[in-house]
Design a protein around this ligand. Sequence first.
Ligand code: GLY
Length: 351
Amino acid sequence: MERTVHVSAGGGYDVRIDRGLLARCGEAVRQSVGGAAAALIADAAAGALYGAAVEQSLRAAGYRVCRRDITPGEQSKNGQEFLRLLEWCAERELTRTDVIVALGGGVIGDLAGFTAACYLRGVPVVQLPTTLLAMVDASVGGKTAIDLAAGKNLAGAFYQPSLVLCDPETLRSLPQEVFAGGMAETIKYGMLYDPALLAALGTDYDLEEVIARCVGYKRDAVEQDERDTGARQLLNLGHTVGHAIETLSGFAIPHGQAVAAGMAIVTRAAEAQGDCEPGSYEQLEPVLRKHRLPVGTGFALDDLAAAMRRDKKRAGDEIALIIPRRVGLCQRRLLPVDALEDYLWPGAVTR
Ligand code: GLY
């Protein structure tokens, strides 16, 4: 059964979720954006699996297709690759009414999305996310970026896609760890908004229903706060600590795993500080463990705090920390950066 979530941001767009959507993406792209040429920018691994089917579907829908495969991994999300993509679009004579199609996970979505935002001051982009994390988070909401030497996502634009097609068949090919990283983001939505979702993720769940529900929550956050100045920041639950863990590990610990540990740490801390209903962590922990996600980190709290001081979410001497009040309700709290370590220390010890 196909599910559709409409997002009223940018020009407004549908996020469609159904098995087999990639093989029939051409008609969907034509209906949503039209144009004569489609520039397919693919993660090389996703491209090897699904690129031919996507190209074929785009051609069958009447597109002139050109394709560029990008080496998988965060290291491709850099300024040189971005400039090469812009030049490639120009060499292929892509015009303003044509479309960029991004096939892959969050890295490709960010890189192709930022290319689309900048090429000719903006051409339509269609996201074809092939990881769970990209389906429930990165492909929706228009955050696009590349990394700078000083850190991740330091150059980018808010640029909404024209269409997002999630084909859950692609999740079958994901390594367990990558799939689990996406589950961390679905667990986050349970902590933020939905105790029943959190409970379901600990037992039996229908993955397509979970994706649609999470996309619905992402849509709500984006519609309330497209530019990320208020309600959308709740989506950073677990991310302040998580980014510090990622950074200290030299990005060896993947984003989702780091966020899982961050959520566990901040929930334990909030409970110990009297901000969060007792028993909340007891609900979170088994769900994280079921999905083989970490509930703590080996990094010392003072190292984590030092990394958090450099977080790009820091504003002056303060940083916004997302604090669970209970499962299904979280709150944004501005803390002086000097108070972070004291606040988090009761959560930093894994029970
Ligand atoms: N990934 C968080 C956001 O889109 O705001």
